[in-house]
Design a protein around this ligand. Structure first.
Ligand code: MN
Length: 719
């Protein structure tokens, strides 16, 4: 019986160039193998005298990397690039020399791989993020760059033992967080599984040993049952005149570990599954074998998955089902063709394995390129590498949800995707203007998570726009980056608007206005501030980076200044606020001002303006120098809603909370939050955050609440 078990390749026996050439002769042309040998001579000379930490000559490392790619049956250019991958980085040899001897394609590959490792960074997180960004950019040019890099990393992981423990953990973490997920996304399972197990072993040596021991012991007990089940499957297939290879599978340590950790299951729960893979000749046979299996053992309802009809994002195809086994233990069965099995192991690398235009494999390759193009878009919008990495990590999750558009088109979304993710997947404009959705014709809120098979229709409104709150539930990189992008643009528009009003107010002191500034003075000022246009200057004012008064003074000719009153501010009109300024104007959480309260604006560098009530304790002089304070005034008839906190002391009676809440709602005020502060057995203090239009509205809410029997006391809260 063929058993696929934990095989962490043992690199003790040295793999020589002759071994590599012998392996390559199995699938490459003789001239190509010859060229690989030339690359070896070139690399051996370049690395002459260099040694790895383990003490062995350096050239063994690139040969080992080339071997990994040879096992994936990659083309000879990738193999040559693997042999030369450290030549530019670690030796004097220049890219031109490689281009001259092996062609520009190989030179570009080697160059791409070198660039991934060269950078130096301030923080570990930043370095990792930047490396990742570079990797994606390199992959977009040629996917083989990442294949060489993965082979390099895998061999380094296999020989990690010689490193210092801290370095070992750093490399292991990077492998688990970045390289293994990329291998997974590209469908290269053989590399992914080994990277994960090696990474797990280096990150958590103790847990690894415990789990490994548990698996070894459990394996012994299971053997007999496994054999019995396998025999019955074989017998039944023979009866039905179906032929196929049957493999019993064992879960890899890292995936066992992850299941135990994430689902908080016990080892027995996770491990106690018999898993088989049946490999057959044709697609048609897959479905027939499935039928036979469901006849042999009862299937567990809801567990059947048809990844042949709907392949996974990385191109993986197979039928999955779970059966009720003979001893009460579930049996997991995967059924697929030989070719699907190859693709399951090598993913995008299969593109080089089957050169002659196989449709599904071309589809995988095209799919990977499409994914990379999307990443490129996301990277254009992302503010920095860290943001980009965060966005893309989400995309690396393999599970997907399949839903339908009203027209019956299938949309593939990441696991946990919500209506908003769906809307953005349809089109950016749909995402930007969505307000609600119908899932299977039921109206649902935007944050609703979608499940496979649902039909989703998005309701849009032309005037709607994305809310920053969506960032707390969207899961797709596309939605996330678009919402952020929109926010950034909005923030700029709002800053321009606020900056213009602040400047006009300041210019008012000099009897001037923004429309009447001399072109000449403006140009001079922009030059001095190193800004390109007037709007940039307004943004800086709006965001509090540049005091409006100083800008005004610079813009107004000196003689005009004489016309102001002695105390410049006396002539200035207070800045009018509307509550619609959005992201550049914040209302202080400490005093929660509402229209009607006398207020003061504090200009904070980079954040814009924060509005406090005049009596707020946080307004003390030493915290905010006078030049940052701005006289502001509510626009008459502001119609927005503002949150405010009220404390209600109530007698401890059943249903009192509901009564108070009902009264607040009757007064047309929304309850945003409620907290129960203290209990002394007789009374409770309920703290409501309610939204009101203004002081008058608040007063009427409080008057109604005070009228309730159980209410002892009520007051507006300010910290
Ligand atoms: Mn290397």
């Amino acid at each position: 019986m063929a058993t696929q078990q934990e095989t962490i390749a043992n690199d003790n026996s040295r793999f020589l160039i002759s071994d590599l050439c012998h392996m390559l002769e199995g699938y490459l042309e003789p001239e190509q193998v010859q060229e690989v040998y030339q690359a070896y001579l070139f690399g051996a000379e370049a690395h002459e005298g260099q040694h790895r930490l383990s003490g062995e000559p350096y050239i063994y490392h690139p040969i080992a990397a080339a071997r990994i790619l040879g096992e994936l049956r990659l083309d000879h250019k990738s193999i040559i690039a693997a042999i030369l991958h450290d030549v530019i980085e670690d030796t004097e040899t220049a890219k031109e020399q490689i281009a001259r001897d092996f062609g520009s394609e190989v030179a570009d590959l080697v160059d791409g791989v070198s660039k991934l490792t060269q950078m130096e960074f301030e923080s570990q997180a930043e370095a990792q993020a930047e490396n990742f960004r570079k990797m994606i950019l390199a992959m977009v040019r040629d996917i083989r760059v990442i294949l060489v890099k993965l082979a390099d990393r895998l061999h380094n992981m296999r020989t990690l033992g010689v490193m210092r423990p801290d370095k070992r953990r750093r490399i292991a973490r990077e492998t688990l967080e970045i390289y293994a997920p990329i291998a997974n996304r590209l469908g290269i399972n053989t590399l992914r599984l080994e990277l994960e197990d090696l990474g797990f072993q280096a990150m958590y040596p103790l847990r690894y040993r415990v789990l490994e021991k548990a698996v070894r012991e459990a394996r012994g007990h299971r053997k007999e049952v496994l054999n019995k089940i396998e025999t019955s499957i074989k017998r039944r297939l023979r009866q039905e005149k179906l032929s196929g290879r049957i493999l019993s599978r064992e879960k890899h340590l890292y995936s066992l570990y992850r299941k135990i950790r994430d689902k908080t299951l016990s080892f027995d729960d996770v491990y106690d599954v018999y898993a088989f893979r049946i490999i057959v000749d044709r697609v048609d046979t897959c479905y027939r074998v499935l039928g036979v299996m469901h006849n042999l053992y009862k299937p567990v309802p809801g567990k059947f998955k048809d990844y042949i009809a709907i392949p996974k994002a990385n191109g993986y195809q197979s039928l999955h089902t779970i059966l009720f086994g003979p001893y009460g233990v579930p049996i997991e069965v995967q059924i697929r063709t030989e070719e699907m099995d190859k693709v399951a192991e090598s993913g995008v690398a299969a593109h080089w394995l089957y050169k002659a235009g196989d449709q599904h494999i071309d589809y995988i390759h095209a799919g990977a390129r499409e994914w990379l193009r999307e990443l490129l878009e996301i990277q254009k919008h992302a503010g920095n590498s860290l943001e980009f990495l965060e966005n893309v990590k989400i995309d690396l999750f393999p599970d997907a949800v399949y839903v339908f558009t009203p027209a019956g088109e299938i949309m593939k979304l990441p696991h946990g995707a919500t209506v908003v993710d769906f809307a953005y997947a349809v089109h950016t404009d749909v995402g930007n203007t969505c307000i609600a959705s119908k899932v299977d014709r039921q109206l649902v809120p935007l944050r609703t998570q979608l499940h496979s098979g649902q039909t989703v229709e998005v309701v849009t409104a032309a005037a709607a726009h994305p809310s920053p709150a969506w960032l707390s539930f969207v899961v797709s990189a596309k939605a996330r980056s678009n919402i952020r992008h929109y926010q950034k643009n909005m923030k700029r528009e709002e800053s321009v608007e606020l900056g213009r009003r602040m400047l006009n107010r300041a210019l008012g002191v000099f009897n001037a206005s923004a429309d009447k500034i001399s072109e000449q003075r403006l140009t001079a000022l922009l030059k001095e501030c190193q800004l390109d246009e007037f709007e940039d200057l307004l943004v800086q004012i709006g965001l509090g980076r540049r005091p409006a008064v100083l800008v005004a003074r610079a813009l107004v000719p000196a003689r005009d200044e004489g016309t102001t009153t002695a105390n410049g501010d006396a002539a200035a009109q207070p800045l009018v606020i509307r509550g619609t300024e959005g992201m550049v104007m914040h209302f202080a959480k400490c005093c929660r001002p509402i229209p009607g309260d006398p207020v003061v604006g504090i200009v904070t560098k980079g954040r814009g303006m924060v509005i406090h009530t005049e009596t707020c304790r946080n307004l003390s002089e030493h915290k905010h120098p006078a030049e940052n304070c701005l006289e502001v005034q509510w626009e008459p008839g502001v119609d927005e809603e503002f949150p405010v906190e009220i404390g209600v002391v109530v007698a401890d009676r059943r249903g009192v909370l509901a009564t108070v809440a009902a009264v607040i709602s009757e007064e047309d005020s929304n309850i945003e939050n409620v907290a129960i502060d203290e209990r002394d057995g007789l009374t409770n203090t309920l703290i409501f955050t309610v939204s009101v239009h203004n002081r008058k509205h608040l007063a009427s809410v409080m008057r109604r609440v005070r009228g309730i029997d159980s209410v002892v006391r009520i007051c507006r809260l300010r910290s």
